[in-house]
Design a binder for this molecule. Structure first.
Ligand code: FES
Length: 109
């Protein structure tokens, strides 16, 4: 099934999109599939928690899975990190995320 997610892109534009829960996608891949960030500026490491180009801020009060050690380590080195920062590639789309609101973090370079 699809869930609705709100994504604010790096230009501040709000997109309300349908994200599939049954296609084994993560949030970074959803952003890419809707082309909400220019090619080459997100998902650079291919979703390995090694680049932080997929960093986003979680604005809604959803309970999300804990960060893995890899995600923690990458966020510890990334720029513009806030309390609510997550790596989009580490967030698997599930039904629990219906209504999620995220803001894409600025590009690092
Ligand atoms: S795509 Fe590289 S850390 Fe998420």
């Amino acid at each position: 099934m699809d869930i609705k997610i709100k994504i604010i892109d790096r230009e501040g534009v709000l997109h309300e999109i349908d994200a599939p829960t049954d296609m084994n996608m993560n949030l970074m891949e959803v952003v890419r599939s809707y082309e909400l960030a220019p090619e080459g500026t997100i998902g650079i490491c291919g979703g390995m928690a090694m680049c932080a180009s997929c960093q986003c801020y979680i604005e809604s009060n959803h309970e999300l899975p804990e960060k893995s050690d890899d995600e923690e380590a990458m966020l510890a080195e990334a720029f513009n990190v806030e309390e609510n920062s997550r790596l989009g590639c580490q967030l698997h789309i599930t039904e629990d995320m219906a209504g999620l609101e995220v803001v894409l973090a600025p590009e690092e370079s």
